[in-house]
Design a binder for this molecule. Structure first.
Ligand code: ADP
Ligand code: ZN
Ligand code: ZN
Length: 763
């Protein structure tokens, strides 16, 4: 008899990891590792995934008690290595094994077993729509069409198509609203739309580097060095990690492209992860123009059917390079040799729902198990990665850092100045120092563009009562309400509830606590700064970009179009403007309030602030004209701010590393956050207290520290009370299995327990 080890698709931590089932002879060929099967468990049919096959039953199990696999529901989707990686993730991140295994299945495969009214069981599967089969390419006769200056989307589209045809679905996912642009250009004979299942034949045959891709004539010295190190890592195939530490514009993307060519020449495939926000048509165009039809794209805005199609292309070997967000890591690229993670410091690589994995950590483990190499790229690498490079490695795999300190174009770095805001507040109450105001005037006069950053993380405009000091809060959540001046509304950003404020004497305009009519908004918001720029520069086009103005589909893109098209325009926005914006005529970047994000009770807040300032500073002076960066702050001596101005990252790193070491935070320790939530506050408190007690009782050594339990900073969200307990443990600690064991049997009946190993968000 043959046996299979099967992970049951039951979303419960109470269920053990892997169960043994017998494989009847007639299913022996089909029920392979990676296939989805139907088995009986606890008297009901259950979906499961085969993670191992063996000839012998595990020691101690009684063959007469072992049930048989009943049916094979889906063919094998992953191999032994992926199965082992999934089980590693389940242990590492203390999540149910099925949740980890499901990541490796093709998009849209979710067979479920449901009980019918008559008591029998039925198997259901999600129905998928037809995938988009249309492609877009430039029409051969219209190579010299030049879009109008203000036709931003047309230009984006044409630039992207310069490298070759693109799938319409990918264009739509990365450039919202592009459908209309394609139709308009099709009418004018500039582009053509055609149908095809696979990439067009001539694209599939593209030979290495000869597709007319805009390849630079010569690599820079830094690029050569990086490729040397990556080439050796690929050759060793020992799970090496190479950190490409290169300033914005140093040509990191070019390094990735070249490295992929090396991998392909060795007969190996590649996965490239980029933050979703950077997955633009240009980025895709660069990969398509180099690797043609051998590229598959995974993007959350593609339909499930389209993602499934791309996944299948990788599985069949037709696609050798997969570009996508976080989850592309689990796509079954054949003979994987190289994984690239661009902007590796981005917090978006940490998944905030179960399984709460970090793509960088999983990728390091993946390349180790597959004998591949991992390339991490960033202008502001994470402290974790920098530290591991200093230490020389992790779990036996070598980590090495390569610097690329110069822009590939030769453009000079911008000049950065700091404005100390202390004591300036009383003068006149605008958000701009005289220096920033003057720079804005000069820039506008010269017809150049400016970007103003409102660093608003954890600091939204709110209302405060001048009489009693009360700040209106959401009754369902414990967060203070955000004040939107233009619409005169209070909005809860945790649950989305809205309260209109009618003018006095309507009771909504009064303090909910003392009835005073003196509620005012002290915070600096984007709306307020937008108004102030308009006062300062009455004839300038001022464009505001924040969560409110970018809500609709394509709104983000339309705002960028307007900014691009208008000389002398000023873009005012939150964090979202710091990334990816690349307009050559931005010569001034102003940071209105650099230090707001430093005040969050989060040990990574200094790192976040440093990254943000560095990234936004990189937005200035990308073209021929030099750029200028002005940073306003009440805390100019803080290393996260001072070192951006001094262009001295080492200073920031030394100070931050020594603080982290002293306080016992990553990269010198691991930290896990266990959050317990529920509507019944007593049940929540009892559960979290029990969890903390178990953690204290079972901590394997004194080097583990259990902090709490305590109310979360967001003590209530959507009427659910939230408490948490933190665990700090040595870097080498096996946190996952210990936490998993402690949480066993906890929760249920409206109380949920979420385990977050290597937590990023502890609010
Ligand atoms: P990064 O990803 O580091 O921000 P990119 O790879 O996007 O940098 O390169 C920045 C710009 O420099 C791009 O316009 C790119 O075409 C150009 N570039 C890259 N490498 C070279 C090179 N070796 N010589 C000239 N230009 C280059
Ligand atoms: Zn009051
Ligand atoms: Zn709320």
């Amino acid at each position: 008899m043959d046996y299979a080890s099967i992970v049951l698709d039951i979303p419960s931590r109470a269920i053990g990891d892997v169960y043994a089932y017998a494989v009847p002879a007639e299913l022996s060929g089909e029920a392979r590792v990676g296939s989805t099967v139907l088995v009986r468990f606890g008297g009901r049919p259950t979906v499961g995934y085969v993670v191992a096959r063996s000839r012998k039953l595990e020691e101690g199990l009684d063959p007469s008690k072992v049930r048989s696999v009943e049916r094979v529901l889906a063919a094998s989707a992953f191999d032994e290595t992926s199965a082992a990686l999934a089980l590693w993730m389940a242990r590492e991140y203390a999540c149910p094994a099925a949740a980890a295994v499901r990541l490796f299945l093709p998009p849209g495969s979710s067979p479920k077993v449901r009980k019918r009214e008559d008591g029998s069981w039925e198997l259901t599967e999600a129905r998928l729509s037809e995938p988009e089969r249309r492609w877009v390419r430039r029409a051969p006769g219209a190579k010299d069409y030049t879009p109008r200056k203000d036709a931003y989307r047309q230009r984006e589209l044409i630039d992207a198509l310069d490298g070759g045809p693109l799938r319409l679905s990918e264009l739509k996912a990365t450039l919202p609203g592009v459908g209309a642009t394609v139709r308009a250009l099709e009418r004018r004979g500039v582009v053509e739309v055609f149908e095809g299942e696979e990439a067009p034949a001539h694209l599939g045959e593209t030979t290495l580097g000869s597709a007319g891709a805009p390849q630079p004539e010569r690599l820079t010295e830094g690029q050569e060095r990086a490729l040397g190190v990556i080439g050796r890592a690929l050759g060793r195939g020992d799970g090496s990690v190479v950190l490409v530490d290169g300033v914005t514009g140093s040509g990191k993307t070019e390094v990735y492209l070249e490295a992929i060519e090396v991998a392909l020449a060795l007969g190996r495939g590649a996965v490239v992860l980029v933050p979703e926000i950077s997955l633009t048509p240009q980025t895709l165009g660069r990969f398509r123009s180099r690797f043609g039809g051998r590229v598959a794209v995974l993007h959350s805005r593609l339909t499930t059917a389209e993602r499934r199609q791309q996944w299948m292309a990788a599985a069949s070997g037709a696609a050798r390079v997969v570009v996508g967000a976080r989850s592309a890591l689990f796509c079954p690229v054949r003979d994987l040799g190289l994984v690239v993670i661009d902007e590796e410091h981005e917090f978006a690589y940490k998944q905030e729902q179960a399984p709460r994995y970090h793509a960088r950590e999983v990728a390091a483990e993946l390349v180790r198990r597959r004998g591949a190499a991992l390339v991490l790229g960033s202008a502001t690498p994470s402290l974790e990665s920098l530290w591991r490079c200093r230490e020389g490695g992790l779990r036996g795999a070598p980590w090495e850092r390569v610097e690329m300190p110069e822009r590939a174009s030769g453009a000079l770095p911008s000049e950065v100045s700091l404005i100390d805001l202390r004591g300036r507040h009383e003068e006149g109450s605008t958000s701009f120092s005289p220096e920033l105001a003057e720079a804005l005037r000069q820039t506008h006069r010269a017809g150049e563009k400016a970007v103003l950053l409102i660093n608003r993380r954890g600091f939204s405009p709110f209302l405060i009562c001048e009489d009693c000091g009360c700040v209106p809060e959401c009754p369902h959540c414990s967060s203070s309400l955000t004040y939107h001046a233009r619409r005169r509304e209070l909005i809860c950003h945790s649950c989305g509830s809205i309260w209109p404020l009618k003018p006095w004497p309507d009771p909504t305009s009064l303090c909910p606590h003392c009835g005073s009519r003196y509620l005012r908004a002290p915070g600096v918001g984007t709306e307020r700064v937008e108004g102030e720029v308009q006062l300062l520069l009455p004839d300038a086009e001022v464009i505001r970009m924040d969560a409110d103005t970018t809500r609709g589909a394509g709104a983000h893109q339309r705002l960028l179009e307007r900014f691009d098209a208008t000389p002398g325009a000023v873009l005012v926005g939150t964090q979202m403007i710091a990334k990816g914006l690349d307009f050559p005529d931005v010569t001034l970047v102003g940071v209105v309030n650099a230090d707001t994000s430093l005040k969050l009770p989060d040990f990574r807040s200094a790192e976040r602030t440093y990254d943000l300032l560095e990234q936004v500073a990189g937005r200035a002076g990308r073209g021929a004209k030099p750029g200028r960066v002005i940073i306003q702050s009440h805390w100019t001596t803080h290393p996260a701010i001072a070192s951006v101005a001094a262009r001295d990252r080492a200073a920031f790193l030394e100070s931050e590393l020594s603080q982290r070491r002293e306080a016992g935070y990553p990269p010198f320790a691991r930290i896990a956050n266990i959050t317990v939530t529920g509507r019944d506050p007593r049940a929540v408190e009892e559960t979290v207290a029990e969890m903390a007690a178990r953690l204290r009782a079972r901590a394997p050594s004194r080097s583990w520290k259990v902090v709490g339990p305590a109310e979360c900073l967001k003590a209530k969200v959507r009427d659910r009370f939230r408490h948490h307990v933190l665990v700090k443990a040595p870097v080498s600690a096996e946190l996952g299995p210990a936490l998993f064991a402690c949480a066993r049997g906890l929760g249920g009946r409206g109380v949920s327990v979420a385990i977050d190993v290597d937590a990023y968000e502890v609010l």
